[in-house]
Design a binder for this molecule. Structure first.
Ligand SMILES: [Zn+2]
Ligand SMILES: [Zn+2]
Length: 346
């Protein structure tokens, strides 16, 4: 005979089930929350570049002049600041207060006409943290004239660093930025942002087995061997893993085709190179100190980055498919620099 449960027991069982399902839901929520935190942390800590403008001199077909945001750990760098950059920053929800360095490649308007507005807005938004501006020397006078004429008062300190021949221009324990000359009608610079070599990773199982004290972990990460009390040497490689190799992003803005720039582009993970015209416009490209699709592909063929990004498209072209087709026929790992898209340096 099946047992008949009393009403009291039924209620008790029901309460137990409700309680168990609540715990289950709570665990699921906790896991989703934890996964979300990890996801956000990964996004936040990534090394990547977001394109804000990919067109050449004239804005056209909803494409804007050059501007790019490089994200590296918690820092944002702005490379070039064409007209409309502020609107693009808002459109793609980029936290402008996080921008610590701005790099301006040259003084053609499509690369800096958005800058005075952005610098002024920082003040209107009561920015307090210092800002480093790396740019051709004449920009200092241009900005001084504009800001002194308007009696603009800054709420933050703007450090102007004139670009010289080349070398390291910004540096901290996690990254370095170097610059080099490219070949344009006026002085023009490229930029390379490199991650610093990362520390080795501790193999927790091995260090526990070998009884290495936690106070020594930092030295293990730096590559030191461990000597035990009895004088036994434990090789670093036995108890640590190699870190992921440092990655780099190179920006080669307006330039005529010139293989000489390749000597500056060693060990580049992601290379951005301008490709203003399609291959049938080689003469026109040369006369304007710009590069064609095939020429950009040739540079990548020599440099051998993991990927090539092309941009600075002439406003004479409405669509961009041919740019990808022609460049990829020379260097297959090519992508178009599309506005609003973030490319991870990997
Ligand atoms: Zn340009
Ligand atoms: Zn230019």
């Amino acid at each position: 005979m099946p047992k008949v449960l009393s009403d009291g027991l039924k209620k008790k069982l029901l309460r137990k089930q409700i309680c168990e399902s609540r715990i289950l839901y709570l665990k699921i929520y906790c896991n989703i929350f934890a996964a979300g935190i990890i996801f956000l942390k990964n996004i936040y800590c990534m090394f990547g570049v977001t394109i804000l403008g990919n067109n050449s001199a004239l804005p056209a077909y909803d494409r804007h002049p050059t501007a790019q945001i490089v994200t590296l750990n918690e820092q944002l760098f702005l490379i070039d600041c064409g007209e409309g950059t502020q609107m693009q920053l808002s459109k793609y929800r980029i936290r402008r207060s996080k921008i610590s360095h701005i790099f301006i490649s040259h003084l053609h308007g499509d690369h800096y006409f958005g800058l005075p507005g952005l610098l002024t807005s920082f003040s209107l938004m009561s920015r307090e943290q210092d800002l480093h501006l790396h740019a051709p020397e004449p920009l200092r006078q241009i900005l001084d004239l504009q800001f002194s004429s308007a009696d603009t008062r800054f709420t933050y300190k703007l450090h102007f660093h004139p670009l010289n021949d080349g070398g390291i221009i910004a540096d901290d324990e996690k990254f370095s930025v170097e610059t080099f000359k490219v070949f344009h009608r006026i002085d023009c610079w490229g930029f390379i942002i490199r991650e610093k070599k990362k520390p080795r990773k501790i193999d927790i199982e091995k260090v526990t087995q070998k009884d290495i004290p936690a106070v020594f972990y930092e030295r293990l990460k730096a590559g030191e061997d461990y000597i035990t009390k009895t004088g036994e040497r434990i090789k670093n490689e036995e108890v640590t893993f190699a870190a992921t190799p440092p990655k780099s992003y190179a920006f080669c803005g307006d330039t005529i085709y010139n293989e000489a720039i390749c000597t500056n582009l060693k060990d580049i993970t992601l290379l951005y190179h301008e490709a203003t015209f399609l291959k049938d416009q080689e003469e026109r490209a040369a006369s304007r100190f710009h590069t064609t699709t095939v020429q950009a592909g040739k540079i990548a063929q020599i440099v051998q980055p993991k990927r090539l990004l092309i941009g600075h498209f002439s406003s004479k072209y409405e669509t961009l498919e041919s740019f990808l087709e022609e460049t990829a026929s020379v260097f297959s790992q090519t992508e178009l620099a599309l506005e609003g898209v973030s490319y991870i340096v990997k």
